[in-house]
Design a protein around this ligand. Sequence first.
Ligand SMILES: Cc1ncc(C[n+]2csc(CCOP(=O)(O)OP(=O)(O)O)c2C)c(N)n1
Ligand code: SF4
Length: 253
Amino acid sequence: MTNKLSTTNTITWCPGCPNFMILESVKKAIIGSGLKQTDFVITTDIGCNAKIYDYLNLSGIYGLHGRSVATGVGIKLGNPNLKVLSFIGDGGNYDEGIAHFIHALNYNPDMVIIVHDNQSFSLTTGQPTATSQQGYVSKASPQGEKIRPLNPIKIALASNATFIARCNARDINHTAEVLGKAIKHKGCSFVEIIQDCLIFNKDMNAKDKLMYKIKDNRDLKIAEKLAGEWDYNSKNGKIALGVLYHLDKPILV
Ligand SMILES: Cc1ncc(C[n+]2csc(CCOP(=O)(O)OP(=O)(O)O)c2C)c(N)n1
Ligand code: SF4
């Protein structure tokens, strides 16, 4: 999609990387939001995901690893009129930056956290992250990863999040629709996007057959059940997509 949100920078993601699809979904959601281009500001992390900074014609800050969300909260505090979109990878958000993630959800500033979860530190050649499966063999874990993955949906529920959604990067229209709802939500919206990496941790790719879409849910018990249906540790279970939980709560700013 070429439009006013595109830039002329050369895209350096691997050919076919689902980050291309996330980029398209984001553009669609922004265009569909009815807001002005200048209403938005982005923060990005460090990683393959963060290159989105160069491909979106929006103001923002290309931050430090694990600090995209903290930077987003800071911008929101500085100018509450801005619609903040904070992009980050699973390594940045669930390893280096997890404290910022938990407290942002709990403080509930009106912003959107978009996680590109490929279950790998991909830019630095595939070390295991907090969502990599046990047994993952990489340069950093030659005998296989020993640690059980965290479940980001459970963490978000335990952090009093007011909007929790999950998407499949390959489903551009559904991801754009969910991102649109996240942008509209008054509070901190967390959108976890399942994104295959074509180079690293390929064993965890192609989980589409486990995925199914749900209607927007406001029931906490149902959200907890949905969160437990997949533990991020294998290609078994069911992966619910859509708005897994939302509620109205006073915002920080
Ligand atoms: C504090 C800090 N720790 C580690 C690094 C090295 N580093 C840069 S990018 C990267 C991997 C990024 O992985 P992830 O956040 O999962 O994003 P992806 O590349 O998979 O999109 C790492 C470990 C860094 N720059 N700063
Ligand atoms: S290394 Fe993986 S995540 Fe990074 S651009 Fe290539 S396919 Fe995409």
